[in-house]
Design a protein around this ligand. Sequence first.
Ligand code: NAI
Length: 331
Amino acid sequence: AKNPLRVLVTGAAGQIGYAIVPMIARGVMLGPDQPVILHMLDIEPAAEALNGVKMELIDAAFPLLKGVVATTDAVEACKEVNIAVMVGGFPRKEGMERKDVMSKNVSIYKKQASALEQHAAPDCKVLVVANPANTNALILKEFAPSIPEKNITCLTRLDHNRALGQISERLNVHVSDVKNVIIWGNHSSTQYPDVNHAKVTTSSGEKPVRELVADDQWLNTEFITTVQQRGAAIIKARKLSSALSAASAACDHIRNWVLGTPKGTWVSMGVYSDGSYGIERGLIYSFPVTCEKGEWSIVQGLKIDEFSRAKMDATAKELIEEKALAYSCLG
Ligand code: NAI
């Protein structure tokens, strides 16, 4: 039998936390033959609720779950973790300036970077979910210099999955027959959902999404804005932000990263830019990636038209501004 892997979830008493811990304990994230030990971190005001989640995990009697650590101590939470899913953060509240939210989160991610650097397993893979996800991940990277930059990522898989979902609904095909959409850039409303390389498996082979949809007007406008604004639409409907889909996407992100992407298929991940596609180095930017043997690599050589170029640059520009804002918060 495999040795258990330790999986940290921060903000575990929150909405996404409540949705993701049973998925992890059931093998959705790391596979049905991989035992796990869950580490759950939250802050003091949520300590009792966190303990309630621990009680439920015990009550669920998950065969793969070999232990549960529930704590408000970041050092204890990070000890020897192999995977860290960073969901904890400070939400934007009414009347708060963007800078105030940034400032709160930058200080959280700076602190947690040190705890991870000092106490996590040396090859720990980190996924930042909490917003502003790309910039939180960048701060984490900057303040955990001994964690290799390839081990620090942020979640744009939810946006990727939303794009697959919209195409599947439009074409009335199963979502698993749609592949290779791309989310470029920031996990925000400036993200660019790109279908120029996306394909659908049909009874007569793989066909380009553009050819099957045959409506460039819809693809270039409504499709893009629907994906960009899906988070807001969920809040409007549920009066709460996406949680089950975010948790599921985080499991997809880690599963593909650790276990690989299927041949001929890529996924979107926020990763440290190496300058690919002319995107400034030193940003955490969402790219199309394939994964093999626990490592992601950016898909190279895709043709970028003028329409895409402008949208990819606009979302990069927003990330450059966020980075400057984050640094100004650090003083
Ligand atoms: P939530 O407010 O229900 O839960 C957040 C939890 O984090 C709370 O329990 C809170 O006590 C905890 N927390 C706050 N500061 C902490 C700290 N310093 N250390 C540990 N825990 C801390 O929020 P929800 O709905 O679970 O969302 C979590 C985050 O994920 C938000 O920032 C949200 O914007 C983001 N998000 C990102 C998505 C993505 O695709 N990247 C999708 C959906 C949400």
